[in-house]
Structure formats: structure tokens, C-alpha cells
Design a protein around this ligand. Structure first.
Ligand SMILES: Nc1nc2c(ncn2[C@@H]2O[C@H](COP(=O)(O)OP(=O)(O)OP(=O)(O)O)[C@@H](O)[C@H]2O)c(=O)[nH]1
Length: 710
């Protein structure tokens, strides 16, 4: 419906000169052309509408990012240079960008349009009635308005969420939404048409557009990377993405300050870099998708939509892509759809990840509490096991176990004071308090509430008691019954300044108490077993093995200290005869009574054990041969002086003793005992009921006594 011609002429030509350049104009057959900015030249469009009576035609120029567009009616012959239709000129301070122009075609008059493109740009036009032009521009305007509304509303919601949950992914996404809207508005020329902002952006120049694109790519990658980071996956990928975010942002700032001529020159390269930058979020979320993160699929798709919209915009600006009606829909609609969709996907993802992070945190907190309790439990058991090894008496063990329980409990539960009271356990009563200085107060408290406590212990149910008296802020008591066998009873009293004890806390204290009691029981059994293993059942003395072990350690200690050590070997005289004559029971009885008979003659540190049969060993630490011999003699005399009762009347049973003492060359307990035993044989040989010194110590000073008389 119109004839359109294009000429590229020297920029210095004015309208009058251009009108004479008829031959320079070439007809354009397409409905779009690509204009390349070039220093010193300017594009001129000559449009000649066909006659259409009764209809005003309008030429619409779409998406022309230009710094200058001036349109005149071609003057009729004889007229002065053309009447100005529309003018859009670069202010001296900068280069504004504008996209849509509608030029009314009147009276079939040709119009001339001078265009200085800012970037390589595709210019498309449509020719139609005023109504169609109006509808077309309104449609485009509506789409643009809806897109911006969606984008900036999403950005606002995202900003509110950023402030509410302080989630870095939201913060980055908010920046992205704002920058995506800004980039769209700049690239489509809308931002330059704003009343105040337009001139300001125009003054800055086209660099602002590239900067917006680069920062948009940086924030997009940052938001995608934030999600990767939040998901705790691929830390290396997150680090790379973070570095790329900063690179893109730096690139954007550089583009922002470069002069317009450089932009025109490097527009394709910058477009390629930014398009690649905008592809990174697609790749990052695609990676998540490939590794099983389901919400990453939605994000990946949305980033891809945005990438398409933004890249087509960049391609258009770089002249790689010809404009078409659908492109504006893709760019505006695509950006809005991507921003909205991403916002939804992000919210969904962030909620899910937050919940998981909180659950992990709770799990971590509870598992670290469990670990601490487990560690304390182990500590208690280990300490008690160690006590078992060294305890001599079960009561000794009980005391240690209860004490340890009170030491460990405050590490498990917050307590002000605690006490353990046990009555009649293995015939003992205990009252332990921690800290010790609280003992009198706890004693008083026990006395006050003893009937309540006993009741609770009998019911065997742990309880938290209300504060004493009227003071509701008074200390709270928790009572944990102890597993004391009846008829004894016992309780663990836990005290806290405020707040009742929870059932779980009392159960935990009960578990620890049970551990302590179990340790006592096991320890007592172990002590008993050890005692049995070391004791000779008939005489009640240590047996050969245990006795010799002890002798060995005493021998080592004596040698170490350089002190003397005496050893006596005692053998009952003619026990075989006693057995035969009076019966084994009498022999047994004699052997059983020997310990009780002789022990009063010994010191506490002296050791007497059964060597076997009717033989006994007596160890005398600190005594030399002389003193040992004196002890032996006292023993011999003690036995000889007594009459032993039997059914056949009193009988006299005697013993013979050999005496040896530690010598510098003595190697072992066994050898020392052997020497003493040989001395005993000598005593036997000399007539029994005697004391004999081992060889090497000189002859016995003692005179032989009378032989045994039955
Ligand atoms: N009643 C009793 N007799 C025992 C016990 N152990 C060992 N005997 C006896 O003690 C006797 C030890 O014998 P010997 O030491 O060789 O000889 P003896 O009859 O004591 O005479 P001399 O040692 O030479 O004075 C054996 O007859 C054993 O049966 C025991 O536990 N009870």
C-alpha cells in the first residue's frame, strides 16, 4: 500500500540537499530493514503512500532504537522545505532510545524520515488506517504494561519475602526480577520514554542497557547458585558459579562506563557474552534437575524461557535477528512468565529446603544431646568399672559408684543440688549430697518430707514435687526411686531453682542411677569371685597362687626399698598320722583353726597363705632372719602349747618351721619359699616341732622342743 525507499547519505546534508538526491534512494520490498549505525552517515526513508480516498493512513515504525528520527512531509513543488511531522532528536547531552513511532500520512504526500540508529537495528513498519495503528500500538502497550506489572509485582513480593525470611536466594532473585524488568524496559525503548528517568538514562547512554543485561545475568546466576548452595550439593560448582557472578557483574560495570562508539563496535561480542552468561542459570538448574532435584526442573525451564526472551532481545539489538510481530510477545511475555514462574518455583524450593534445613538442625541438636548423654553414660560406666577393679569391699564400691553418679548427673541435667539417700542396702545406709555444702539443707529437707519420699520410693514412680510451702518460686524437687532391693529403699533427689522436672529428665536420671546400681552389683559379684579364686576354702587364707603373687610383689618392693623380708615355711607334723588315727575331720579342723590361732602373732602387713596340703607360708616384710626366726618360734610355741580337742580327747599337734630371708641374689618368690621349705625339712629331720634356719644363715639358735605327743 506504500512505496518505501531507503538512502544512506552524508550526515551533514540538510533536508533541502536530501531532496535533490533522488538517485540515492532505493526501493525496499520487505516490511523490515536492518539499519547499521555508521559515523558520518544517516539513513533516510522516503515513504510514498498510495491514494486511498476517504482514509487516513498511518505509518507505524516499530522498535527503532534511534538517537534521532525526524519526519517531514515532502514539500510539493514550489513549497518551502517540508512541514515537520514528528521529531525525536538526541538532546546534546546524550542518546535517548525510542521504539515506536506513528506517522500520519496525509493527502498521499510523501514523507521523509531521517534516522540515526544507535545500534544495528531492525526496523519494521506497518501501514494501515489510524484505527489499526491505534489498535496495534494499544495491543503492544497493553502487553508491555501487563508484563511490567507482573515483573515488578513479583519483584515486590520477593522483596517482602527477602525481608521476612532473610533468604539469600530471595535477595538475589529480587535483584534479578528488578534487573530483568529494567533490561526489558531499556531494550524495548520504554524506559527512555519515562518522564524523568528517560532523560536521565538517555544522558547515560546505551551503556546502561548493556550494564542492565550483564547485571541481570549475574543476579540470575547468583539466584540459581544460591539454590544449589542451599541444597548442599556440588560445592565446587557453587564456587565456580559464585566466581562467574562476580565476573559478569564486573563486565556489566565496565560496559556501563564505556563510550557509545565502543558499544556500537562491540555490540555483537557483548551480546554473545551476555547470552552465554544468561545460559549459566539454565545449566546450573539443569545440573540439579539431572541429579534428581525435582523443583530444579521447573526452574530450569523458566530460566530457559528467560534466556530465550533475553537472548532474542540481545540478538535483535546486535542485528542478528530480524524483528517480527511475535518477537515482542516472546520478549515481553517470556520475561514476565519467567520471572513469575521462577518466583513460584523458588518459593516452593526455598520452603522445602528451609524445612529440611530446620529438620536437620533439630536432628543435629537432639543427636548432639544424645551423644553427650551417651558420652556421660560411658564415662560413668568406665569409672565404675575401674573402681570395680580396685575395690576391696562391695561397700567401698557402692560408695564410689554413688559418688560418681552425683558427679556425672549435673552434666546431663541442669541441677542446683542433688542427693542420694539409701537405707538398708546390703546393710548400709548412705546419704550423699552434691555440692557437699548443701548437705545440711538437704538433710533437713529429707527429714521434712521423708514420708512423701518413702511413699514415692515404694510406688517406684519418679515424680516432680511442687515447691515447698507457699513460695511458688521456691526450689523444685525431683524424686527418682532407686532400684534398692526390699526391704531397703533409696531415692535420688534432684533440686532445681525453678521449673518442674520433665518426666524424660527424671527417666534419664533413673537410667543413670540404674547404671550405678548395676555396676555395684556386678562389681560386688566380681569382688566375690576374685575373693573366691584367691582364697583357700578350708583355711580361709589366700591360696598358693594368690599368696605367691602377693609374695612376689612384696619381694620386689622390699628389694626396691632395700629392706629385709623374712619367709617362714610351716609344715604340720605327722598330719597323716592324725588323719589316720583321729579321722580326716580332725585334720581338717586343725588346718581350719590354724589361721585364727596364728594370725594374732602377726602384724597387719604380714601375709600368711596356704602353700598346699599341710604347708603354709608366712611372709614377714621388714624382718631379717633373726626377727623372722623369733616369729617362727613364737608360732611353733603357740601351736605346741595348745591341745586340740577330738572325740578321743585332747591331742597335741605340732608344727615345724623353716626360716629364710631375702638375700641379694634371690630371683623369685618361689626360690625363697623353696629355701624356707628345705629348712623345714631340716627341722623335721631334727625331730619335728622345731624351727630351722635355711642354709647360709648359720645354725638355728633355737633348742629343739619335745616331740609331739598324741
Ligand atoms: N585332714 C586333712 N589332711 C590333709 C589335707 N591336706 C593334706 N593332708 C594330709 O596331710 C598329710 C601330709 O603328709 P606329709 O606332710 O607328707 O607327712 P606328715 O604326715 O604330715 O608328716 P611330716 O610332714 O613328715 O611330719 C597327707 O597325709 C595328707 O593327706 C587336708 O586338707 N585335710
Amino acid at each position: 500500500a506504500a512505496r518505501i525507499e531507503l538512502a544512506r547519505l552524508d550526515a551533514s546534508m540538510d533536508l533541502a540537499e536530501v531532496l535533490q538526491q533522488d538517485g540515492a534512494f532505493e526501493a525496499v520490498s520487505d516490511d523490515r530493514i536492518v539499519l547499521e549505525p555508521q559515523q558520518g552517515s544517516r539513513y533516510w526513508l522516503r515513504i510514498e503512500p498510495m491514494q486511498e480516498p476517504g482514509r487516513t493512513q498511518v505509518l507505524r515504525l516499530d522498535r527503532v532504537p534511534v538517537s534521532r528520527l525526524v519526519a517531514w512531509y515532502d514539500p510539493l513543488p514550489g513549497e518551502a522545505p517540508g512541514e515537520l511531522i514528528d521529531s525525536f532528536l538526541a538532546p546534546p547531552s546524550g542518546e535517548p532510545l525510542r521504539s515506536d513511532f506513528s506517522l500520519p500520512l496525509r493527502d498521499a504526500r510523501r514523507i521523509l524520515v531521517a534516522i540515526d540508529p544507535l545500534l544495528p537495528a531492525t526496523v519494521s513498519w506497518s501501514l494501515g488506517g489510524e484505527r489499526e495503528a491505534l489498535i496495534a500500538s494499544r495491543g503492544a502497550g497493553n502487553l508491555a504494561a501487563a508484563s511490567y506489572a507482573a515483573i515488578f509485582a513479583t519483584a515486590l513480593v520477593s522483596l517482602a519475602l527477602t525481608l521476612a525470611v532473610r533468604e539469600p536466594a530471595y535477595r538475589d532473585f529480587t535483584a534479578f526480577a528488578v534487573l530483568a524488568g529494567g533490561f526489558l524496559a531499556l531494550a524495548q525503548g520504554h524506559a527512555f520514554e519515562l518522564p524523568l528517568l528517560g532523560p536521565l538514562l538517555g544522558a547515560w547512554g546505551i551503556g546502561v542497557l548493556w550494564m542492565a543485561a550483564a547485571l541481570c545475568a549475574a543476579s540470575a546466576l547468583s539466584a540459581a547458585q544460591g539454590l544449589l548452595g542451599l541444597s548442599g550439593r556440588a560445592p565446587a560448582l557453587v564456587r565456580v558459579a559464585r566466581a562467574l557472578v562476580w565476573t559478569l557483574a564486573g563486565f556489566g560495570l565496565l560496559l556501563g562506563i564505556l563510550p557509545a562508539t565502543v558499544h556500537a563496535q562491540f555490540a555483537p561480542a557483548a551480546s554473545a557474552v551476555l547470552s552465554a552468561g544468561l545460559l549459566l542459570p539454565v545449566l546450573a538448574t539443569g545440573w540439579g534437575w539431572a541429579h534428581g532435584a525435582r523443583p530444579a526442573a521447573a526452574q530450569c525451564l523458566m530460566w530457559a524461557v528467560f534466556w530465550l526472551a533475553a537472548t532474542s532481545q540481545l540478538a535483535l539489538l546486535s542485528g542478528w535477528l530480524a524483528d517480527s510481530g511475535g518477537l515482542a510477545w516472546l520478549q515481553q511475555g517470556g520475561t514476565a512468565l519467567a520471572v513469575l514462574g521462577l518466583s513460584i518455583a523458588l518459593t516452593d524450593r526455598v520452603i522445602a529446603l528451609r524445612q529440611r534445613a530446620e529438620a536437620m538442625q533439630a536432628l543435629h541438636a537432639s543427636s548432639s544431646a544424645v551423644l553427650r548423654i551417651e558420652q556421660k553414660r560411658r564415662e560413668l560406666v568406665e569409672t565404675l568399672e575401674a573402681s570395680t577393679g580396685t575395690a576391696v569391699e562391695p561397700s567401698d564400691l557402692e560408695w564410689r559408684a554413688f559418688r560418681q553418679l552425683l558427679v556425672v548427673l549435673p552434666d546431663v541435667l541442669p541441677l542446683r543440688a542433688q542427693a542420694l539417700t539409701v537405707s538398708g542396702y546390703r546393710g548400709f545406709d548412705y546419704l550423699l549430697a552434691e555440692p557437699m555444702k548443701e548437705k545440711p539443707r538437704i538433710c533437713a529437707l529429707l527429714a521434712d518430707r521423708s514420708s512423701t519420699l518413702k511413699g514415692i520410693c515404694r510406688a517406684r514412680t519418679a515424680m516432680s514435687l511442687p515447691p515447698e510451702g507457699a513460695d511458688p518460686a521456691g526450689p523444685r524437687l525431683g524424686v527418682v526411686p532407686l532400684p534398692v532391693p526390699r526391704p531397703g529403699w533409696g531415692a535420688l533427689l534432684l533440686e532445681r531453682q525453678e521449673g518442674a522436672f520433665a518426666t524424660e529428665e527424671l527417666e534419664l536420671a533413673g537410667e543413670f542411677a540404674e547404671l550405678a546400681f548395676k555396676a555395684v552389683e556386678q562389681g560386688a559379684r566380681a569382688v566375690e569371685l576374685k575373693r573366691r579364686a584367691e582364697t583357700d576354702p578350708l583355711s580361709g587364707m589366700l591360696n598358693h597362687r594368690a599368696g605367691e603373687e602377693l609374695l612376689d610383689s612384696q619381694l620386689r618392693a622390699a628389694r626396691h626399698a632395700g629392706e629385709p623380708l623374712g619367709v617362714l615355711f610351716l609344715d604340720v607334723d605327722l598330719l597323716r598320722t592324725v588323719n589316720e588315727r583321729f579321722g580326716m575331720a580332725v585334720g581338717d579342723h586343725f588346718l581350719r583353726s590354724l589361721g585364727g590361732n596364728l594370725r594374732p602373732l602377726l602384724r597387719d602387713d604380714d601375709l600368711m597363705y596356704r602353700h598346699g596340703g599341710d604347708e603354709f607360708v608366712i611372709v614377714l616384710p621388714g624382718l631379717g632372719i633373726e626377727q623372722s626366726e623369733a616369729v617362727a618360734e613364737r608360732m611353733r610355741a603357740q601351736v605346741a602349747s595348745q591341745r586340740f580337742r577330738s572325740e578321743q580327747g585332747p591331742i597335741k599337734i605340732t608344727v615345724s618351721l623353716g626360716v629364710a630371708a631375702l638375700q641379694p641374689g634371690d630371683e623369685s618368690a618361689r626360690r625363697l619359699v623353696e629355701r624356707a621349705a628345705r629348712a623345714t625339712e631340716m627341722a623335721k629331720g631334727q625331730g619335728r616341732n622345731q624351727v630351722a634356719r635355711a642354709k647360709g644363715f648359720g645354725a638355728s639358735a633355737e633348742a629343739p622342743d619335745a616331740p609331739p605327743i598324741f
